[in-house]
Structures are given as C-alpha cells and as structure tokens.
Design a protein around this ligand. Structure first.
Ligand code: ADE
Ligand code: ZN
Length: 324
C-alpha cells in the first residue's frame, strides 16, 4: 500500500475555492468581521444538506475571499495541501465570477496574484499548478460569456483551459456553446461537468453540442449507456472522476457501487481527482487508499491512472516532460 500512496500524483479536477480548508475560511471571516457560523458544524467542518445546499455554502465560503491577495493566500494553502498528498501536477478551476465578477481588468489582477503564488509554490512545494477558467452553469449563459472573455484574454501557458461547473440541472450544455467556442478559438482546451447528476444524455450532449470537448468532469453516469461508453473510448474523451465526492454527495451509496472500475473495463479513459477535498473530507491519498482497498487495485493501475491524467493534462509538452 505504501508504494501506491507514495506515487507521484497528477490531479485534473480541483476547484480552487473548493480546496479552501474550513480553518482558512473561518480565519478570513474573522478578519473581515463576517458571520459565517451557519456554514460550519460544531467540529469545524463545512455544513450542508445536499448538492444544491453545498453550492450555496461553497458560495458563502467564497464570499470572504475579497481580493487578489486572499486568492494568492488560498493558492499557497492549496499547494501545501496538494504537496502533502504527493501531487506533482494539478489543474485547478478558477472562476472569474469570484475574481472580479467577470470584469477582464479585475480578473487580470486576480490572476496575476494567483500566478505569482503558484510560481512561488512550485519552488517551495514541488507542485506544478495550472488554471482552468471556469464558468458556473447556474449563473447562466451571459455570466459564462463574461468568464469566457476573461479566459480568452488570458489564455496562455498558465491558463490552459476553459470549463463549466455548477448545477447540472440548470439549462443545457448547448446554451453555453458560444462561450466554449470563444475559449477554444483563443487556444484553450475544454472540459465540462456532465453526468454527475443528470444521466448519460447529458454526457452525450457535452460531447456533441460543445465542439472540441476533450474531458468531462465526473461523467460517471455514462456507464448507464454502453454505446456512449464506446463513443467516449473511441474519441479518447477523458473522465475526471471524483469518487469520494460522488459518494459523499450521494450520487452512489458507497464506493463499491461506484462505476469507476466498470468504466475502465469498458476502455473509457479514467483519472482520479478530489473535486473539493475539505468539503468531502478527502485527499488524493485517501482516494487512492479507498480505491485500492475497495477494488483491490495494485500500483500498476494507479500508475496507469496517472499516465492517463498526464496525457490528458492541458499544459504544454515541455511542462509534461519536466514532471514525468
Ligand atoms: N463546483 C464545485 N464542486 C462541484 C461539483 N461537484 N459539481 C458541480 N460544480 C461544482
Ligand atoms: Zn467539480
């Protein structure tokens, strides 16, 4: 087991604000004299009832991240946590909605601070971090366009992709095609959350209605349609699977009922990530430990998952080569 847990890890699906430890958010709330007591349990962890409530607690926690400096501090905290798990490369979803409200000028200031912290963090912690600009589905297509504009204006070697998170039950993937097209035209690679809550049709819509889609956040409910699994396998669409998140939020009742093993067996490209680790009481090490125990996976499978993740990473070839 030690060999598995100590492997150098590649993580593709980590929400920047969702990685904020509760103590970090509580500290900021105190500094800013904001009462956030409703979002914490007595033991200090985040308190929410279900997915929709999780999204609102997430947004409340994020409300105390007030300026570029707070995001820079969070970046350092996130990288310190990732390093403890043996993560060597990570892609994180950052939302202009929380960083200047979609204004390009403000976004550039936030991004500058985050990027400086990421570069310092790389030296201190040995983790290479890249950003995926992320729109939020339940904020609607107009806000998504503003996010895509921010993404397009800062596309480059640190911002490598454009994605969408948020409430999958709101609207349709195709409503966001304009934004995804704008990001793709700026050279960004694409991922979207799909098939976490809605069924396989949602995953199919993501790969048919959004041109150039390369990865799917979660995507696990694709398993309900064998033909769709074949399409994903053929087109080499990579799933960013977050098993602990799915179990904690109740998508599946327990890890042994999670389809990650079946998806792999069907030839779908599968990777493992944490999503929002402190919200789901997880870390990438814990994910590996639970998967190894539940499915009796050996180090070879985890090595394969990491190879798949590095192949599907949105960074350039030189960065991949450097972390191999
Ligand atoms: N934002 C943060 N975590 C998310 C999740 N699991 N699904 C959709 N949007 C999210
Ligand atoms: Zn997610």
């Amino acid at each position: 087991m030690a060999r598995i847990l100590d492997l150098p890890k590649v993580e593709l699906h980590l929400h920047f604000e969702g990685a904020a430890p509760p103590a970090f958010i509580r500290g900021l709330a105190q500094e800013k004299k904001t009462d956030l007591s409703k979002i914490f349990r007595a033991d200090g962890s985040y308190a929410y009832r279900d997915f929709v409530h999780f999204l609102s607690v997430y947004e409340a926690a994020t409300s105390v991240l007030k300026g570029p400096e707070d995001f820079a501090r969070l970046c350092t905290a996130l990288m310190e946590e990732s390093a403890k798990d043996g993560v060597v490369y990570s892609e994180t979803f950052v939302s202009p909605d929380f960083c200047g409200g979609g204004d390009v000028g403000a976004w550039k200031e936030y991004l500058h601070a985050i990027r400086e912290a990421a570069e310092a963090g790389e030296k201190t912690y040995g983790v290479t971090l890249r950003g995926i600009v992320t729109c939020i589905r339940h904020f609607g297509p107009d806000k998504a366009k503003a996010a895509a504009r921010c993404a397009a204006e800062t596309a480059g070697d640190w911002i490598t992709g454009f994605g969408m998170g948020g409430d999958e039950n709101m609207g349709e993937q195709g409503d966001f095609a304009y934004s995804f097209d704008m990001a793709a035209e700026a050279g960004l690679r694409l991922t979207t959350h799909a098939g976490e809550w809605r069924g396989p049709r949602e995953v199919e819509n993501a790969v048919t209605d959004l041109r150039g889609m390369e990865r799917i956040g979660h995507g696990v409910r694709a398993i309900e349609d064998p033909r769709l699994c074949d399409i994903l396998a053929e087109r080499e669409i990579t799933l960013e699977v977050c098993p602990g998140s799915n179990v904690f939020l109740g998508v599946y009742p327990s890890l042994d009922k999670h389809p990650i093993q079946q998806l792999r067996a069907r030839g779908v490209k599968v990777t493992v990530s944490t999503d929002d680790p402190p919200f789901f009481h997880t870390t990438l090490r814990k994910e590996y430990e639970r998967l190894a125990k539940t499915f009796r996976w050996g180090a070879d499978i985890f090595q394969d998952l990491n190879r798949t993740a590095l192949d599907a990473a949105f960074c350039d070839a030189a960065t991949k080569e450097a972390i191999k």
